[in-house]
Design a protein around this ligand. Structure first.
Ligand SMILES: Cc1ncc(COP(=O)(O)O)c(C=O)c1O
Length: 455
């Protein structure tokens, strides 16, 4: 039974549900946020009326349960419509409007820098994290024998980039292994012990794309700096997911996929480079010498769709309307809901930290003893239409690890019903087992999806 306060809020939410279909989602969500401003993020995380507002800001296919938001996410309609608008506008007279939008997008640089805590002159806008990270990975001078220390659980494309430099320049790449979940101290010590006189670069994830293992970025950056080592941090999954300020990390470079947790239109990413370090990295596409210390040298990629970058402005406004703390608390609430429900079963193993203070928000990994995770993923899709990615270690240059897990990543538009369906499906698998079809799974895609491409 609803009490009066809940009832009023419910009426407000229903009114909003109707008007949100026509009006500006950013405004509606900001109004909802205003109405809960006196409550803690943890309290708002449990307020379904508030999250209903957020859910309605998206056009989704709810016939499927999407628990693979770690790959890429739908952007809210307000940002998608902005892309269409800018596309239309530019297309009227590209030679005129393209340049104009390019200049106007400087306002997005300012807003991104203010939101995520750096100088605007340290913020480059890119097409994704692969581009951002490869700019610095390929752009740093390294000679034969120089060493890069990274991990076996870094992103495949980034490991492949170092592998290519190994083949091209004769550098040495050391890949550290670690158990999951592990502690910040353990990760720190593994890097510290691995340093040699030849070590020139540390490259690691802020949180991994596998089990979302959190790394002690500031401590590792300080250690690196004290020894003249450059830190490149893969923040593909971190920015817009849980709150922190870039400058507090003290790393040298940080690459992000904005189409993941910031919910920006696909084709958006960013690269933070500490100001003094900008001249140390060559851009991917050549720039004039006068731009050596200019962050914009990393952005020159020729003619490209500026409308996508312009749409980032609305995604950022949407993120700000929800509020970074509220968003992180909700993502954690969704994760704890399924993880706490499942962990009581003796055959369930959670491979992400659930401890306090939080180190896990919207991404966590789980497995069921005795069931191959590829069979489990196929079962979830076939019987329950749930999309979640099976993680299985590969061979170099891809990540090498010895566990199997299902990565579960809901988002701000995920409903409690969807989470509970996932719990029910996992309990079904625990109780009745799942059909084994490993030979088919190894042969290729489940329902047209090639898992190796979507983590
Ligand atoms: C850890 C990590 N790094 C880098 C990337 C590449 O990001 P993008 O697809 O934006 O190029 C991903 C994408 O999934 C990732 O998970």
């Amino acid at each position: 039974m609803l009490n009066r306060r809940d009832f009023l809020r419910f009426c407000g939410a229903m009114g909003a549900a109707v008007s949100i279909l026509k009006a500006d989602a950013v405004e509606r969500v900001a109004e909802a946020a205003q109405s809960v401003a006196d409550r803690s993020p943890e309290e708002v995380a449990r307020d379904e009326f508030f999250w209903r507002e957020v859910q309605l800001a998206f056009k989704l296919d709810r016939t499927l349960i999407n628990l693979n938001n770690g790959f890429t996410c739908p952007t809210p309609r307000v940002a998608l419509e902005a892309v269409w608008r800018y596309m239309d506008m530019i297309n009227m007279l590209p030679v005129h409007y393209q340049g104009m939008i390019a200049r106007n997008v400087e306002t997005i640089r300012l807003r991104m820098a203010a939101e995520f805590g750096c100088d605007p002159e340290e913020m480059a806008l890119t097409r994704g994290a692969s581009e951002a990270l490869q700019i610095v990975q390929n752009g740093i001078d390294l000679k034969s024998g120089d060493e890069v220390i990274t991990t076996e659980q870094d992103y495949p494309r980034m490991l492949t980039t170092w592998d290519q430099r190994m083949r091209r320049d004769g550098i040495k790449v050391t890949r550290l292994q670690f158990p999951v979940p592990t502690t910040q101290d353990d990760l720190y010590q593994r890097f510290e012990k691995a340093i040699t006189p030849q070590t020139k670069v540390f490259h690691f994830c802020h949180i991994t794309n596998l089990t979302a293992q959190l790394f002690p970025v500031q401590r590792l950056s300080r250690l690196a700096r004290s020894k003249g080592i450059v830190t490149i941090v893969d923040g593909a999954h971190a920015l817009g997911h849980f709150p922190f300020k870039l400058r507090d990390l003290e790393c040298d470079a940080y690459g992000v996929s904005l189409h993941k947790w910031l919910l920006a239109p696909i084709g958006n990413g960013c690269l933070y480079v500490r100001r003094e370090m900008i001249p140390r990295f060559w851009p991917l596409q050549a720039a004039p010498e006068r731009q050596d210390a200019d962050i914009r040298k990393f952005e020159a990629i020729g003619t490209h769709p500026w409308a996508i970058r312009a749409g980032l402005g609305e995604a950022l406004a949407f993120h700000q309307a929800i509020g970074a703390e509220r968003k992180a608390a909700r993502l954690r609430y969704l994760t704890l809901r399924w993880a706490n429900a499942l962990k009581k079963h003796p055959r369930i193993r959670i491979l992400s930290s659930l401890k306090e203070p939080p180190e896990t928000w919207g991404v966590a990994a789980v497995n069921i003893e005795g069931i191959d995770v590829r069979d489990l993923a196929r079962f979830l899709m076939d019987k329950y239409r749930i999309i979640a990615v099976p993680l299985v270690g590969g061979a170099p240059p891809n990540p090498v690890f010895d566990y199997q897990a299902l990565r579960v990543s809901p988002n701000v538009y995920t409903t409690l019903e969807e989470i509970d369906t996932f719990v029910m499906a996992m309990e079904d698998a625990l109780k009745g087992g799942v059909p084994s079809n490993l030979a088919a799974a190894r042969r290729g895609p489940v329902d047209g999806v090639d898992w190796t491409d979507i983590i």
